[in-house]
Design a protein around this ligand. Sequence first.
Ligand SMILES: [Zn+2]
Length: 332
Amino acid sequence: MIVALAAVAGIATLAGCDGRERAGAREAARPAPSRERPRLESTPPPPAGRAVSPGDPRAVAAAQAFLRDPVQREACGPYALITESAAARRAEWVSLCAAIAEPFEAEYRRRLGVPLHHPPAGTIVLFSERSRFRAYAASDPALPGGYAGFSLAAWGLVALPVGDIAAEEIARTLAHELAHLAHRRAFGVELPPWLAEGLADAVGDSAGPAGFAPFEGFAGVEGIRRRLVLGYRSGRADSLERLVSLDRDRFDRGTVSYDYEQSALFARFLLLDTRLAPRFRDWLAAQALRGESPTPNLRTSLASDWPELERRFRDWLEPGLGAGGPLEGRNP
Ligand SMILES: [Zn+2]
């Protein structure tokens, strides 16, 4: 699952509807501070979150052009849903929206511990044939492509192929892509890829046709856990320090990559580990505020060092794995 926030970063900047402007307007309406009032420095920083479009009309039209008529448009929780699917599958989408789109807000807040600003919004476009989804993804170099679906947070658009895909996979992908829209409302800026993908997986990996399963252990990620364990054992999986240093241009490149697996599992580890989770959530909350520049360092915020984090993470993946090989990775 690939998301091209980078491709639309310029548009995100131009959108201009963010917390800072509103906070500024509130400041202007207040009376001038007197000497008895709290110092300005004590004012908490405003939230960093930006609004998400209900669906940029040109972006939605470009996607819709690849759907077969008749196209149906309806509500999916707080989002709009556009689909070409036959009426026989409408009940399936209604059920999916009730199971995933409606409880999504609460689930995102609960798991990540960050507030969401601005109303939930966006348009979900479902393609009943994967070939037409791919044709759409290939039609514009600004689109990210991708096999399972993608989202464009600045345009408020989620595009998913659904025709020959199991309901379980559709639910996971939908929750993952909605999380990318939510990242914009929580953090405002493009997150490092490991964090954007890892947090989206923390929401998406336990989603299913019946809703969200409890966020615990390796539920929903057992397959990628096994793959990453084998990657560490073979010496092919790299270090966490390298993972968190990657920008979009270097993320998930190369013929063998464990970047998605590491991102999903490292974010999950940080959200579930009893000692680290409160520190990680505090660090996330700091990312959701403006004025936190330079960004607080993750490692120091966790009060740990990379060898210790590697060891604890690998032992969490599989007991004893942390002592089984070089902890620095191949290319830290
Ligand atoms: Zn993603």
